[in-house]
Design a protein around this ligand. Structure first.
Ligand SMILES: NC(=O)c1ccc[n+]([C@@H]2O[C@H](COP(=O)([O-])OP(=O)(O)OC[C@H]3O[C@@H](n4cnc5c(N)ncnc54)[C@H](OP(=O)(O)O)[C@@H]3O)[C@@H](O)[C@H]2O)c1
Length: 251
């Protein structure tokens, strides 16, 4: 069960090697999280992540999970929930893709959409059902400011995040009053493996800053979290710019 401050004792990460997710788990383990499940594609990186968290005192297990194989999601998540209650599910998997390349190779673009959107629809619904069955818990979904308004430079990724964001908001409304809380997290540019080698966007942040914002959001039982918080205002302005102006911005 969560403690009086809304922080979890047990959690499941979908996308177990995500730098943002691991920064969040480290922060929560330093509070009171004891049981951690890392779900991801089996790899040395997944095993290393588990080992490092064990070194911090958590009981950590890994489970095979592939966002691109929705038919396996019930079994993968079922295995975790069968072992005991999960206070927090962190949906952290995602790929950025390569916009210019993916525009020329539509099947690559489809892979971005299937990972970020379809995979999340499936895993999100399976997780939500299990959380609802136990009657409590939070589902935290890593969306992105990229979904707030599609940009020329990354509209394939952006549109997949727009779909994910709308899905997660609707799911949050569907679960309102059931004891299950859905929190949509919208980071801007985060310095992680995903953005390595890319030119930094204004207001760039770190996985640790996202982790801090997630912890605060859990304590407050927030529905939406922007990281950094100033992006809420910036994106609200950008969202309302006329297309002709927005198109000319160097974003
Ligand atoms: N970095 C940013 O600037 C930024 C900004 C806003 C939102 N986000 C979102 O935050 C989340 C985490 O990003 P991050 O920065 O922590 O990036 P990251 O370190 O690259 O993590 C991405 C994660 O997605 C997993 N993944 C990719 N395809 C998968 C699949 N088919 N099945 C299962 N797992 C899969 C990766 O696992 P493998 O180890 O198997 O590849 C990895 O665990 C993503 O959803 C991302 O879109 C990131």
């Amino acid at each position: 069960m969560k403690d009086a401050f809304g922080l979890p004792q047990s959690l499941l990460v979908l996308g177990g090697t995500s730098e943002i997710a691991l920064a969040t788990v480290r922060r929560l383990v330093a509070r009171r999280t004891r049981t951690v499940w890392l779900a991801g594609r089996p790899s040395p990186a997944l095993d290393t992540a588990a080992e490092q968290l064990r070194g911090l005192g958590a009981e950590v297990r890994t489970v095979a999970f592939d966002a691109l194989d929705p038919e396996s999601h019930e079994a993968a998540l079922g295995k975790v929930f069968a072992e005991g209650d999960i206070d927090l599910v962190l949906l952290a998997f995602g790929i950025l893709g390569d916009q210019a390349h993916d525009e020329r190779e539509p099947l690559n673009a489809v892979r971005v959409a299937q990972t970020n959107y379809t995979g999340a629809v499936s895993a999100g619904l399976v997780a939500a059902r299990s959380l609802q069955a136990q009657g409590h818990g939070s589902l935290v979904v890593l969306s992105s400011v990229a979904g707030e308004r599609a940009r020329r430079a990354n509209f394939i990724y952006g549109s997949s995040k727009a779909g994910l964001d709308a899905f997660a908001q609707g799911l949050g409304d569907a679960l309102h009053g059931t004891g299950v809380h859905v929190m949509v997290v919208r980071p801007g540019f985060v310095r992680s493996r995903m953005t390595e080698g890319l030119a930094e966007a204004p207001l760039a942040t770190t996985p640790e800053a996202v982790a801090t914002a997630i912890e605060l959001g859990l304590r407050r039982r927030s529905e939406t979290v922007w990281v950094p918080g100033a992006l809420r205002v910036v994106m609200s302005a950008l969202r309302h710019l006329p297309r002709t102006v927005f198109r000319r911005l160097p974003v």
